[in-house]
Design a protein around this ligand. Structure first.
Ligand code: PMP
Length: 389
């Protein structure tokens, strides 16, 4: 009674490991959870206050499918000021129920049954299953550490067929931590333009690029405005994952097509969620987040420095995002064996690289932005585990 396309997709490995860690914790075990992609902080209080006030004052009804004008204005202003994009609140932006739902709207307005979408490997665990659920075919193009986990233009070009409709990319990258440079993006844009493809750009980690780097949206490259969809949101960088709120920006035609899907699928993002998110995008709130984000950079540096010192591990500081993508190949364990033993024997949850693509079995993903206390404890336990292998 279950559809073939549902039966075919796996569980989300990141959610499954985080659930295991929570159930161990409920059973009284003291587990450090480096698996879920969430920081130790909670959503900012000024943002919470606005949402609570919205609820108290009756702003509890459905909104326009595209989003509340206040939220759309805040999104457009933020994209203009922070990301230097030429966008208009009425034409180029819309509210989504988080970045994943932005991906749903993007795919449902871009692909038909049997169309191919090129994805990276490694990539975020939900891309392949989401494409498949909508009748598309994910086509994997490998990246590797020698090339900073960026696509080589020739490899990307050779994956294009007459069924290819879109390229789905992520920067700053989960799990590999790559922040694409203008040259990296130009190679992707060239392939997209030559082959008349849409680029869906997952930019959920856009606010956190390290070492003085800055996130550059592919939308800003010449010729890409009409063929790219950018997905951003509050989940990661504002610790607002439970709010299920984000936004998409694109050409008016694509935003129109995505809004039509939203009308039928979800109606709209939550009203008070949009108002809270509008507050989060105000310049003074963004400014107030910088101290938190700088501390995240220190946590990422600590985790990667400490783990990289171990002979059996190798890991670079991420260029952005908040994961350590640790090469465990010298331990001679598969990533699943490594993570299963790590959580059972040393009470640290991490995600096996294999979840991000078959070729990533030599890696494990660790979330670096848990509290300093957890970071210190968790890193010491990982080292103890690897010492005793
Ligand atoms: N994209 C990437 C690359 C992610 O890492 C995540 C969260 N793990 C998401 C999307 C999901 O974002 P949201 O919770 O806003 O739907």
């Amino acid at each position: 009674m279950i559809s073939r396309r549902n039966a075919k997709i796996p569980q989300s490995a990141t959610v499954a490991i985080a659930d295991l860690a929570s159930s161990m914790r409920r059973a009284g075990e003291e587990v450090v959870d480096f698996s879920a992609g969430r920081a130790a902080e909670h959503s900012p209080d000024v943002v919470n206050q606005v949402a609570m006030e919205a609820m108290r004052t009756g702003r509890t009804h459905q909104t326009e499918a595209k989003g509340l004008p206040e939220y759309l204005e805040a999104i457009a202003a933020k994209l203009r000021i922070v990301n230097r994009l030429d966008v208009d609140a009425e034409r180029n932006v819309m509210a989504t129920l988080g970045c994943k739902q932005g991906l749903v709207l993007s795919l449902l307005s871009t692909i038909d049954i049997g169309d191919e979408v090129i994805i990276e490997e490694p990539c975020f665990v939900s891309y392949g299953p989401t494409i498949e659920l909508f009748g598309g075919i994910p086509v994997v193009v490998q990246t590797d550490r020698d090339n900073r986990f960026c696509w080589n233009e020739a490899d990307l070009e050779s994956a294009v067929t007459e069924r290819t409709k879109a390229i789905l990319m992520c920067s700053p990258h989960n799990p590999a931590g790559t922040v694409h440079t203008a040259d990296d993006l130009q190679a992707i844009a060239d392939v997209a333009i030559r082959n008349d493809l849409t680029v869906i750009s997952d930019e959920i980690y856009e606010a956190v690029a390290w070492g003085g780097r800055k996130h550059l949206p592919i939308y800003s490259l010449p010729g890409m405005e009409s063929r790219s969809i950018g997905l951003m949101g509050m989940t990661k960088t504002y610790s607002m994952g439970g709010w299920r709120i984000g936004y998409a920006y694109s050409s008016p035609e694509r935003i129109g097509a995505m809004t039509k899907v939203q009308q039928h699928l979800m109606t709209c993002a939550s009203s008070f969620g949009q108002l809270g998110a509008a507050k989060a995008l105000q310049p003074e709130v963004i400014e107030s987040m910088h101290d938190v984000w700088e501390d995240w950079e220190s946590r990422c540096r600590f985790v990667t420095d400490e783990l990289d010192k171990h002979d059996a591990l190798s890991v670079s500081m991420p260029e952005g995002g908040f994961y350590a993508w640790v090469d465990i190949s010298r331990t001679n364990l598969s990533s699943t064996e490594f993570c299963t033993r790590l959580v059972k024997e040393h009470k640290v949850a991490a995600v096996p690289g294999a979840a991000f693509g078959e070729s990533s079995d030599g890696f494990v993903r660790i979330t670096c932005v848990r509290s300093w206390d957890e970071v210190h404890k968790g890193v010491a336990r990982v080292i103890e585990f690897v010492d005793h292998l």
